[in-house]
Design a protein around this ligand. Structure first.
Ligand code: NAG
Ligand code: NAG
Length: 183
């Protein structure tokens, strides 16, 4: 019983870790510092070569800003216009505000992800009079669905084998035990 529970948890963990990359983003270590980069979080995201991709740099700002601020992306420490002269990668700026807060968002839009993007440090930079902040994000090749399905099937098969072996050993040891007691 315990074994099947362990195996179930194991399978569940494998499946959820595979799906983790499709879950919505979470903000990293929030502080009360303003302006503050809410996303990206110095992390790695997955993308398929040839697919579209959008990475948003989300910055929390003051509701009534007193100092000017600029937000931009860098690719390997160069400006995006220099990294992608053909406008394959573009920056799109938007500002949002509600009653409590204001945000500046700069989307990094890829019309098509290329292999060379996988080795690049994409950095969102916030420059205001007092401070400079940056957060980076790396892109790594996504495991395609076929491959992840294969992994799930493999994990299930291995688990079933392990359970069978454990049960076999368990039953066998019980038999031995009763044999010893009878003797
Ligand atoms: C970015 O930098 C990394 C390491 O510094 C290097 O391997 C890679 O080739 C660079 N990529 C581009 C497109 O400049
Ligand atoms: C993210 O990386 C930058 C350097 O690129 C560093 O200055 C910053 O402290 C890091 N932030 C977090 C939350 O790890």
């Amino acid at each position: 019983m315990t074994e099947s529970l362990v195996v179930f948890l194991f399978i569940w963990e494998s499946i959820s870790s595979i799906n983790a990359c499709t879950l919505p983003v979470h903000y990293c270590d929030p502080s009360d510092h303003v302006p503050q980069i809410l996303y990206p979080c110095n992390n790695t995201i997955e993308a398929l070569v040839g697919s579209k991709l959008e990475i948003t740099c989300r910055v929390l700002t003051e509701l009534h800003p007193t100092v000017s601020m600029i937000v931009y992306w860098l690719a390997n420490y160069s400006f995006i216009e220099d990294y992608s002269k053909s406008a394959r990668v573009k920056e799109v700026h938007t500002e949002r505000r509600d009653k409590k807060a204001a945000y500046v968002e700069v989307d990094l839009k890829f019309s098509e992800v290329k292999i060379k993007d996988f080795e690049v440090n994409f950095q969102c930079v916030v420059l205001s009079e007092e401070i400079e902040q940056e957060r980076f994000v790396f892109i790594k090749p996504a495991v395609s669905n076929v491959a992840s399905d294969f992994v799930v099937i493999l994990v299930v098969l291995i688990s079933i084998t392990l359970v069978s072996i454990c049960m076999y050993k368990f039953v066998k040891s019980k038999h031995l035990l009763s044999y010893v007691i009878l003797k």
